[in-house]
Design a protein around this ligand. Structure first.
Ligand code: PMP
Length: 404
């Protein structure tokens, strides 16, 4: 059988739809972000990155880098094993304590990514709680969906950000069944924020556990960066908070935080925790410094917010349609995969502006977009230049403008 021919046919179908992904080959230079060196053929040598999830530039922070270097000198490059077999370093334990404190919980448990933490925790909880039903928001991330699927527990999907629909669906379930309400605080592609107080209220009324993904909120919201649950004073009432170390904290890794019994349960049964090499100690050391810094400093958050406000105001002034939300994510809607890619290509080639087109299956077909994530390191001149570029493109391609 010619397997490559089968692969090629499916890849060609992706190309035909405009959904084939091409890497932008870049090198972030220490201290230079959002500027990055580009290796793109026929492209500019240097680009401004507008779509990074290193939301606050903490991946470049001198204290974070110094902590990583010092831990490498102390502990070497890798963990040397799984957490249970020689791979647990004191940096892992310090980081877990830092995370538990961040969320005001008894404990935390590290994973190699946010994706793995969702997959491992939900698959374990769904499989190990007899008769469990998982109620999943319709817009939940792929990592939660995969975890739920793998658990083989019954799944009920509720309408996105709709506590009334959640309430209705919970009412239809047997009162004795263990129920897990899984949802996110900030949704990454639309940047909308969930009505957390109402969701928690409904879940509590039905005796359900709450499983909250704060991946796009930790470090960014709340006085100490504890996420929307901290900002709204709800962290105590959420059963499990899941987060990443790879976005606002600028490093890599994922975690869950909750009661000591919950974390011990997942630690003891989750294959995605047990059977994989632990994060390098240097990663844990850097992540801890990043969390500790953002607990104390509101400067990065304030500067990021100012950058977001300036970009939105610029877009509004020119009628460039973007989704209105209360977060740091600025999606400019194109609604066509081919056009979306074309605009991104022109921005890169003519302006040295890098934004990755967001197409299906990351977002539903017909909602393709350019997703901008202004950071504290994007200065006013860079923001104004982005607006100027988009305005020129809108004119050049005769794209429709929003009525101001
Ligand atoms: N949850 C959500 C909502 C996400 O958007 C992502 C990543 N984009 C993840 C989890 C996975 O996090 P990580 O990148 O740390 O694997």
């Amino acid at each position: 059988m010619n397997f490559d021919a089968i692969f090629d046919a499916q890849l060609q179908a992706l190309r035909d739809e405009g959904n084939y992904r091409v890497f932008a080959e870049l090198e972030r230079r220490c201290g230079a972000f959002p500027a990055a060196r580009s290796y793109i053929a026929d492209g500019p040598d240097e680009v401004t990155v507008w779509c990074s999830n290193d939301y606050l530039g903490m991946g470049q922070h001198p204290q974070v880098i110094a902590a990583m270097k010092a831990a490498i000198d102390d502990c070497g490059a890798g963990a040397g094993g799984t957490r249970n077999i020689s791979g647990t370093n004191h940096h892992h334990l310090l980081l877990e304590a830092e995370i538990a404190d961040l969320h005001g919980k008894e404990a935390a448990l590290l994973f190699t990514s946010g994706y793995v933490s969702n997959w491992a925790a939900l698959s374990t909880l769904g499989a190990r709680l007899p008769g469990a039903v998982i109620l999943s928001d319709a817009m939940n991330h792929a990592s939660m969906i995969e975890g739920i699927r793998h658990s083989r527990a019954r799944k009920v999907i509720w309408r996105h950000n709709d506590p009334e629909d959640l309430d209705r669906r919970l009412s239809e379930l047997p009162p004795e069944a263990p129920k897990i309400v899984a949802f996110e605080s900030v949704y990454s592609m639309d940047g909308d924020i969930c009505p957390m107080a109402e969701i928690v209220e409904v879940a509590e009324a039905h005796g359900a556990m709450t499983y909250l993904d704060e991946v796009h909120a930790v470090g960014l919201y709340g006085p100490r960066g504890g996420g929307i649950s901290e900002r709204e004073g709800l962290a105590r009432r959420i059963t499990l908070i899941e987060g990443t170390l790879g976005k606002a904290y600028g490093v890599v890794g994922g975690y869950i935080s909750g009661s000591a019994a919950l974390c011990d349960f997942v630690r003891s049964f989750a294959s995605g925790f047990i059977f994989t090499t632990a994060l390098p100690p240097a990663v844990a050391a850097a992540a801890r410094v990043s969390i500790a810094h953002l607990k104390r400093s509101g400067l990065e958050r304030a500067r990021q917010r100012a950058a977001v406000r300036r970009l939105r105001a610029g877009l509004d002034a020119h009628g460039i349609p973007h989704l209105d939300n209360d977060s740091h994510i600025v999606p400019v809607m194109i609604k066509d995969p081919v056009k979306c890619r074309m605009l991104a290509d022109i921005l890169m080639r003519d302006w040295g502006i890098y934004v990755q087109p967001i197409n299906y299956p990351t977002v539903p077909k017909g909602t393709e977009r350019l997703r901008f994530t202004p950071s504290p390191l994007h200065g006013p001149a860079e923001i104004d230049r982005l607006v100027e570029a988009l305005n020129a493109l809108w004119r050049q391609c005769a794209l429709s403008r929003a009525v101001a």
